[in-house]
Design a protein around this ligand. Structure first.
Ligand SMILES: [Zn+2]
Length: 392
C-alpha cells in the first residue's frame, strides 16, 4: 500500500532535491538568489510540502480529495502531487511499491494560463456580437467595421499563440511570448481567470488520479469496482465512432481517465454534484484538452499512448451532454451545454487557425461563420431540451 511520506520521499529523491517549495527550486535554478534571500518571500519559500511541492497544487489536491468518493479518499491522501519542470509539458502518474506519484509539468500550466486568456477574449467578442451589434442598422459599413474589429480581437491572439508553437516545441518549455497571451479583456476579473486556470489544473491532476484509482498504474492495488463500472458505463453510452474503434488499450485508458476526471470534478462520483461544479468541470476539461493538444501538437496525431485531440474532445463533448441531461435550465436561461457551446466555438477557431497554418487549402476561420454555427448549436440544443430529446 502507498504511504504519503514514502511517495513524497520518492519524488524528491528522483529529482535529487530536498523536500522544499517548488518555487524555491525554480528561483534557485533561474539564479534568482536575491529573491530567495528577500524577507518578503521568506514565509512563502520556507513553506513545507505535504501532499504537494507547490502551495497552489496542495490546494487543488485537497479540493479533489474533498469531492472524491469515500472509497477513494484514503488512497488519494497517500499520493504525492508534484509540480515538475523536467520532461515534456504534460502530466503523468507513476507507481512504485510503496509510493504513488502524480507529476504536472509547469509548462502545461503556462499553456493553460494562455488558453484561459484567449478564451476570455473570444468569449467577450461573442458577447459583444450578440449584445452590442445592431443587426438591424442600415449603416452596413459601420456594422462591418465593428465586426472586423471583433474578429481581430478574437482571432489575433489565437494566431499569435499558434505561431509560437514551434518555439515552444524547440525549447521544450512553454512561456507567454506575446502580450496578447497575457492581457485579459478589461471586463475580466483576475479571480475568474485564475479560477479557470485552477479548474484546468484540477482536471489534469484529476485525470492522473484516475489512472491510479482505475488501476492503470498498479494492477495489484485494490480498486473500487463500482466506480470503475460508472466510468465504463458512461463511456459505453457514448455512440462509438470509427476513430474510437481503432484505439489500443493504452489509448482507451486515457479516455477512461478523462471520463473519470469529468465525473470527479463535477461532483458526480460522490453523489453531491452542484451546478457550479459542473460548469467548472466543463471549463476545466475543455481547456485542459486544448492546452495539452497545443503543447504536444496532438490535434490529429496523439501517438501510441494517447488518442488524438479530436477523439478526446468528441468523447468529452458527448459525455458532458449525457451527464447534464437532467440539469434544469438556470435562472439566466443558462445550462452547462450552453457553456460547452461557448468552448466549442472557441475550439473550432483554434483548430481552424492551426489547420490553416499546416494545411494547404484551409482558410483562416471567419468570426461570423463560427458565431452563426454556435447559434445553430444553441437553437438545436434548446429545441431538443424542450422536447426532452437531448442525445449525445
Ligand atoms: Zn493520461
Amino acid at each position: 500500500m502507498w504511504k504519503l511520506t514514502e511517495s513524497r520521499r520518492q519524488f524528491f529523491a528522483g529529482c535529487r532535491r530536498p523536500e522544499e517549495n517548488f518555487w524555491k527550486t525554480l528561483f534557485e535554478q533561474a539564479g534568482r538568489q536575491s529573491l530567495i534571500g528577500h524577507p518578503k518571500y521568506a514565509d512563502f519559500l520556507s513553506w513545507k510540502p505535504t501532499h504537494s511541492n507547490c502551495p497552489e497544487l496542495e490546494n487543488a489536491t485537497r479540493n479533489l480529495i474533498e469531492i472524491a468518493p469515500m472509497e477513494w479518499k484514503a488512497t488519494m491522501r497517500n499520493i504525492f502531487v508534484a509540480r515538475a519542470f523536467k520532461g515534456e509539458a504534460n502530466a503523468q502518474a507513476s507507481a512504485f511499491r510503496s509510493a504513488g506519484i502524480i507529476e504536472l509539468n509547469y509548462g502545461l500550466t503556462v499553456a493553460a494560463m494562455i488558453y484561459s486568456t484567449l478564451f476570455s477574449q473570444f468569449y467577450d467578442a461573442i458577447r459583444t456580437t450578440a449584445m452590442g451589434v445592431d443587426w438591424a442598422d442600415e449603416d452596413v459599413a459601420t456594422t462591418q467595421m465593428i465586426l472586423e474589429e471583433i474578429e481581430r480581437s478574437a482571432f489575433d491572439p489565437i494566431s499569435a499563440a499558434d505561431d509560437a508553437v514551434q518555439t515552444w516545441a524547440a525549447e521544450r518549455h512553454v512561456r507567454a511570448t506575446s502580450p496578447l497571451h497575457v492581457e485579459l479583456p478589461p471586463a475580466r476579473q483576475v479571480a475568474d481567470h485564475s479560477n479557470l486556470v485552477l479548474a484546468v489544473e484540477e482536471f489534469v491532476v484529476g485525470h492522473e488520479y484516475c489512472h491510479h484509482m482505475l488501476g492503470h498504474t498498479d494492477s495489484s492495488f485494490r480498486h473500487a469496482r463500482t466506480i470503475k463500472q460508472r466510468v465504463k458505463q458512461l463511456l459505453s453510452e457514448i455512440e462509438s465512432s470509427s476513430a474510437m474503434e481503432e484505439l489500443n488499450d493504452a489509448q482507451w485508458q486515457e479516455l477512461e481517465a478523462d471520463i473519470g476526471a469529468l465525473l470527479l470534478l463535477s461532483g458526480s462520483l460522490s453523489g453531491k454534484s452542484e451546478r457550479w461544479q459542473i460548469y467548472r468541470a466543463v471549463g476545466g476539461s475543455m481547456l485542459a484538452l486544448v492546452s495539452l493538444a497545443h503543447v504536444m501538437e496532438s490535434w490529429i496525431d496523439g501517438g501510441e499512448q494517447h488518442p488524438n485531440f479530436l477523439v478526446r474532445y468528441e468523447v468529452m463533448c458527448k459525455a458532458i451532454t449525457k451527464l447534464t441531461r437532467g440539469v434544469p435550465i438556470g435562472s439566466r436561461t443558462d445550462h452547462p451545454v450552453g457553456f460547452l457551446i461557448q468552448f466549442r466555438g472557441f475550439i473550432s477557431a483554434v483548430l481552424q487557425t492551426w489547420a490553416s497554418r499546416v494545411g494547404e487549402d484551409i482558410e483562416a476561420p471567419k468570426f461570423l461563420n463560427i458565431f452563426s454555427w454556435m447559434i445553430d448549436l444553441q437553437v438545436e440544443f434548446t429545441e431538443d431540451f424542450e422536447a426532452g430529446e437531448v442525445t449525445a
